[in-house]
Ligand binder design. Structure first.
Ligand SMILES: [Zn+2]
Length: 491
């Protein structure tokens, strides 16, 4: 008996000593691999098979154990799990590549020059659509007006979205084409007038009138946009995104492209809050596949801080007549929340101002009633009055924040909020403690894609971006927990 068990042990020992007896597609070695496992260990090597990491370990162990089709010497560089952006506009980023690029515009004249150059280069475009201007970066920090656009483009519609998408500069031809009556109020929106004359600036719901034009992009341009966005995300190390609001048609296109195998990105597609979308998904229910999750409704609460659309408890410090605005009445938010409960969906609401946050927490609380595991979200949670902290914890509401907003808004956020209230803004440590979870994202294309810049901004509070284009040390790799990684990385 003793003899036979000794023999067995000897055999086991011999078997386990076999050299290179396991197959792998790829072995990566001589690396610093951040695992985010229970002990937060950093490993030297890993073996990958069928697109999955099958083992992490010391250099010699992995190299001796595996017979790999391909071996890659990482030369001591760092490797991270694939990052997940907790709030972004994946399709929007891709579509932006088909618009006039107004990012980094230095003045109203520069804006006009870029639009004119684009119009010359693309005579085929029926509409000229641009995005990315920010008057806060200009010497004259005032909204531009549309007088030049009307002169240069009397017949061709032009719509130029501000960087945050909450304001747009449009010409008269665009107003005519959209059939917009500027003498009529739009609920949750504004059309800015100067001396009784329309300036061409539309805010929030008034600017959103044009969104349908962008949403109605032909399938071919959406396909191109999704693939462009995927390429840029992979280059930055992102393997998953939470896309903050899509319509039914686009979600169907994503399913199709994922089935074709061309779209590999893991997408948590939030459903945009529109009647036809909710009707569709009430029938369809929740979608959960390896690469697609549809189980959240994205709702807009208020506007943005830069354009003074964020709803504050007290007036803007640099405009004492202005509180900002809510885009819908309470009944609407309650209706969506009821829909979410009935259909087992998450609700995620854009709230930037402290009043909007309080308003939505109150609606959530009324519907959720008590502790729960539904993970309803407040998107942005930029200005949060400490008096409302307890509601996040009580109803397990997750704040979803974008730390590069803190550094981009830094130069002017203090003007909008004043010296006391600014302490309640971008308060990530405070928000993290409420439930022990903080979703991090970028809101790209509002900010750059680079997830490392997000960590840097979260920890250092300076806009020093890490190099993103020449960052050879980022390898998008997939662990078996694609939805959790970004959140676990939050500190
Ligand atoms: Zn967003």
């Amino acid at each position: 008996m003793i003899k036979s068990s000794l023999l067995l042990s000897a055999c086991t020992l011999l078997l386990s000593c076999h050299y290179n007896d396991r197959d792998a597609d790829l072995v990566v070695h001589n690396a610093n691999i951040v695992s985010l496992d229970a002990d937060n260990k950093v490993y030297e090597a890993m073996a990958i098979k069928d697109g999955r990491i099958i083992e992490l370990g010391p250099e010699q162990q992995i190299r001796n154990r595996y017979n790999a089709k391909e071996t890659f010497n990482a030369a001591g560089q760092w490797i991270y799990p694939g990052f997940i952006d907790g709030h972004c506009h994946f399709l929007g980023h891709g579509l932006n590549k088909q618009k006039v690029d107004l990012l980094g515009c230095t003045s109203a004249d520069d804006l006009i020059a870029r639009v004119s150059a684009f119009a010359k280069a693309h005579p085929e475009k029926e509409w000229i659509v641009g995005r990315g201007w920010d008057q806060n970066d200009w010497a004259v920090k005032e909204y531009p007006d549309n007088s030049q656009l009307n002169k240069l483009f009397p017949e061709q519609p032009v719509v130029l979205q501000r960087i945050d998408g909450h304001a747009a500069l449009v010409n008269d031809a665009a107003i005519r084409k959209a059939g917009l009556d500027i003498s009529k109020q739009i609920e949750g929106g504004q059309m800015l007038m100067r001396d009784g004359v329309f300036t061409g600036i539309l805010l929030d719901n008034a600017a959103a009138v044009f969104q349908t034009i962008f949403d109605d992009a032909p399938e071919a341009s959406k396909r191109e946009a999704l693939l462009d966005a995927q390429r840029d995300c992979f280059a930055a190390g992102l393997t998953g995104v939470h896309e903050a609001g899509l319509d039914t048609g686009t979600i169907a296109l994503i399913e199709k492209m994922q089935a074709e195998g061309v779209l590999k990105m893991r997408i948590n597609a939030m459903v945009a809050d529109q009647k036809e979308n909710l009707l569709h998904f009430a029938k369809r229910g929740v979608i959960k596949t390896d690469r697609l999750r549809v189980a959240t409704v994205k709702v807009y609460g208020d506007g943005a801080l830069g354009s003074r659309g964020a709803l504050l408890l007290e007036p803007y410090s640099d405009d004492s007549m202005h509180y900002g605005l809510m885009l819908h009445d309470r009944a609407h938010f309650v209706e969506v929340a009821q829909w979410c409960l009935a259909n087992n969906y998450q609700m995620a609401t854009h709230c930037i101002g402290d009043s909007a946050v309080r308003f939505i927490l109150d609606v959530y609380g009324e519907l959720l009633g008590s502790t729960n595991d539904k993970r309803w979200r407040i998107e942005h949670a930029q200005v949060v009055d400490p008096a409302d902290d307890a509601l996040f914890s009580k109803f397990n509401i997750l704040p979803s924040v974008q730390p590069t907003h803190a550094t981009s808004d830094g130069p002017w956020a203090g003007d909008r909020l004043g010296p006391r209230r600014i302490n309640n803004a971008y308060a990530y440590q405070r928000l993290l403690k409420l439930n022990g979870l903080l979703a991090l994202g970028t809101d790209f294309p509002v900010e750059a894609i680079d997830p490392l810049a997000t960590f840097y901004a979260a920890l250092e509070r300076t806009p020093k971006a890490l190099p993103s284009t020449d960052a050879p040390n980022i390898y998008p790799i997939c662990l078996n927990k694609p939805w959790a990684v970004w959140m676990h990385c939050a500190v």
